[in-house]
Design a protein around this ligand. Structure first.
Ligand code: CA
Length: 500
């Protein structure tokens, strides 16, 4: 079928679905969300030609669980993937399987992270675990192969290759293009090693947060830029011979990171970092000056990874244009969860605080979504499965717990749309974030830490940076009580086991 024919008559009148999903991309690092720190022209294009969701949230802010929520349309306590250590049960109903059964040609490329083999896909090629930035392995049904190059480019290459060589144009496609970037350890690609050189990236106002009014978990976490970031592995300071003989913790991984590169890649890497690293060593920074340097090194590498994501999103959008498929394809961009970009002095995610709870969610769907719109209804990754199914005209199983976003996308937000969201987090391992759960409304957030029987209450309108915990303040007792009842109500609605 020629591209022109495909454009005139999408198979069955149903759109193709291109889902581009990144790992740890904070909405604060997306241009059209008002980023103060970077530009993302291609992502912004999706928003400009489609809809930007301004209150999109995850349900359990860590990598693998978010992916299981997206696939199943159920909370973690229902789909069984509670934390990064669990293995996904691929026999449960997922939207890719339902779309495949419903006549879609389905493919998955890139980050998977669910330990079991993907189910529901006609084609898949996934990174093992977290995957590598340089010369990554891909697991395929035929075995594991190593591609030479930079992972964000390669995931896109493989996505386009599938579309061009394997996609059966008699069927609409579902393509899940899932990037490793910008996940730790934030290794920029060869095209962006010098981006932001000589530029000072603005610091967040809470970089030196003292957690004074917060519950104890905010102080007990191990995800501070100051105390928990590794100078070699995370921050790319090449160890001296003496340092290399005594590497500790995550720093031990820098050897494998460098050995994986080709001589040419490593030469380009060292050309970019050697002078900067020598200047850092010569400066002998301490205290807050050292934290500020770490923040700059970290955020620039993170943003360099995103620059590559943005370029590659541009490649996919250009491919749709060239093929005459843009009008027949719904394009959804999101990230598994957000990330701390120095807010509260942190990196990583997990907490129900805004920087990690919130995700970018951009949807372009010509003919249905009006260009340039924004939506402030409370939505979650929990809603994506039912959204994709409704887009495809496939019934969603009763088990699914979200709500289709199609009415919102069509400009018909229901009057009874949810006015609160439920959040749960279970993994107390790396970074030592205590398990917690909570409820968020348009203005308020209540967090419960069952292990320490502590609570946090934030007024997001008056305190968007979440530094004043109001849970113990008599003036807010009524609000706290109301939110506590709402939290318990949501636990019943979503079938949270009573003993959890
Ligand atoms: Ca993630």
């Amino acid at each position: 079928m020629s591209p022109a024919t495909a454009s005139a008559e999408p198979a069955g009148g149903r759109p193709n679905i291109l889902f581009i999903y990144t790992d740890d991309h904070s909405a604060a690092a997306v241009g059209c969300y008002g980023s103060r720190i970077n530009e993302t022209p291609h992502l912004d294009r999706i928003g400009r030609e489609g809809m930007r969701f301004d209150n999109a949230f995850c349900t359990n802010g860590i990598c693998a669980p978010c992916r299981a929520v997206v696939l199943t349309g159920t909370h973690s306590h229902v789909n069984g993937l509670m934390d990064n250590g669990d293995v996904f049960d691929g026999s449960q109903s997922t939207f890719p399987q339902l779309l495949r059964d419903g006549g879609y040609h389905t493919a998955l490329v890139g980050k998977w992270h669910l330990k079991s083999d993907p189910t529901g896909f006609d084609h898949w090629a996934v990174l093992p675990g977290q995957g590598h930035y340089y010369n990554p392995d891909f697991i395929t049904p035929e075995g594991t192969v190593r591609d030479e190059g930079y992972v964000t480019d390669l995931v896109t290459d493989r996505s386009i290759d599938w579309l061009e060589q394997d996609w059966d144009r008699e069927k609409p496609f579902l393509l899940m293009c899932q990037h490793k970037a910008p996940h730790r350890s934030w290794m920029p690609g060869p095209d962006h090693l010098d981006l932001y050189d000589g530029v000072e990236i603005p610091e967040p106002p809470t970089l030196f947060d003292d957690y004074a009014s917060r519950a104890s978990p905010a102080r007990e976490q191990e995800m501070e830029i100051d105390r928990h970031m590794y100078i070699h592995y995370d921050l790319k300071v090449v160890p001296t011979e003496e340092e290399a003989a005594n590497l500790r913790g995550a720093d031990r991984w820098i050897r494998g990171m460098r050995e994986r590169m080709t001589p040419g890649q490593l030469a380009a890497w060292d050309a970019a970092f050697t002078d900067r690293n020598e200047a850092f060593r010569a400066a002998g920074l301490e205290g807050r000056d050292l934290v500020r340097w770490k923040y700059q090194r970290y955020i620039k590498n993170y943003l360099r990874c995103i620059a590559s994501v943005d370029d590659n999103v541009g490649r996919l959008l250009a491919w749709l244009d060239e093929q005459g498929l843009a009008d027949d394809t719904i394009v959804v961009y999101s990230s598994d969860q957000g990330f701390f970009l120095g807010e509260h002095g942190w990196y990583d995610k997990r907490f129900m605080y805004e920087p990690s709870l919130r995700t970018p969610l951009l949807v372009r769907w010509p003919g249905t979504v009006a260009a340039g719109g924004s939506e402030d209804a409370l939505v979650q990754n929990l809603d994506l499965a039912q959204t994709f199914l409704e887009v495809a005209g496939v019934d969603a199983p009763d088990r699914m717990q979200g709500a289709s976003l199609v009415p919102l996308l069509s400009g018909r937000t229901p009057g009874d749309w949810r006015d609160s969201i439920y959040y749960e987090y279970f993994e107390q391992g790396i970074h030592n974030v205590h398990p917690h759960r909570g409820v968020r409304t348009d203005r308020w957030k209540l967090i419960e830490y069952p292990g320490t029987e502590e609570w946090e209450l934030f007024d997001l309108q008056e305190d968007p940076d979440e530094i004043r915990n109001l849970a113990g303040e008599p003036a807010h007792a009524e609000t706290r009580g109301r939110l506590e009842r709402e939290l318990r109500r949501l636990q019943v609605v979503y079938g949270v086991p009573a003993d959890s």
